[in-house]
Design a protein around this ligand. Structure first.
Ligand SMILES: Cc1cc2nc3c(=O)[nH]c(=O)nc-3n(C[C@H](O)[C@H](O)[C@H](O)COP(=O)(O)O)c2cc1C
Length: 172
């Protein structure tokens, strides 16, 4: 593989946001919806930074931008629902990242008795609580402890790559 390296300078330099977004977009991920009831209304946001962390105790993580206005509302709630979106959930991911309007108007959702909110048709539901939050640059790494789960491995997940919603190809 040939190509030019772009290097960071002491002051942050040429590794600007556009370049880094393109670079990070080379890594494919799933997309999750992190949602809960707040003041009697479903509240939530799309997050592609989801990662499994630990089996014992059961932990996962997401990274949240310091600019998020939804996260501070979610962060103080006792339980959060994490839904791993399915391949046909493109409109859900778009709705749950919208700046304006009712994010849940076109989303089929359900709430648990504890207030966690889940998206219907997802491949995995995790009911979680915030375990800890660690500042990391312009994001926080949020560690979530899993209290309950429901998985549907037969449901094909959404794949997010290069800013586009894609689907898995056949297994080899
Ligand atoms: C596919 C996708 C993945 C996203 N992943 C994240 C993420 O991992 N972390 C994050 O803070 N925001 C992420 N966002 C942005 C949030 O969904 C949301 O748009 C942003 O937080 C601004 O809305 P807010 O001010 O209501 O929080 C993602 C958006 C999309 C469409």
């Amino acid at each position: 593989m040939t190509g030019a390296w772009t290097e960071a300078s002491e002051g942050g330099g040429p590794l600007d946001g556009t370049l880094l977004r393109l670079a990070f977009g080379c890594f494919p991920s799933g997309v999750t919806a992190v949602c809960a009831m707040a003041d009697g209304r479903p509240t939530g946001m799309a997050m592609s930074s989801f990662t499994s962390v630990s089996l014992d105790p059961p932990l996962v993580s997401v990274c949240v931008a310091h600019t998020s206005t939804t996260w501070p509302v979610l962060a103080v709630l006792p339980r959060l629902g994490v839904s791993v979106l399915a391949q046909d959930h493109g409109p859900v991911a778009t709705a749950l990242s919208a700046k304006r309007g009712d994010r849940f108007a076109e989303v089929a959702w359900a709430a648990s008795t504890t207030g966690a909110v889940f998206v219907h048709g997802s491949t995995l539901w995790l009911e979680c609580e915030v375990d800890r939050q660690v500042a990391a640059g312009d994001h926080d790494i949020v560690v979530l402890r899993i209290h309950a789960l429901q998985s549907h491995p037969e449901v094909a997940p959404m794949v997010f790559h290069a800013s586009r919603y894609r689907q898995l190809g056949p297994a080899r």
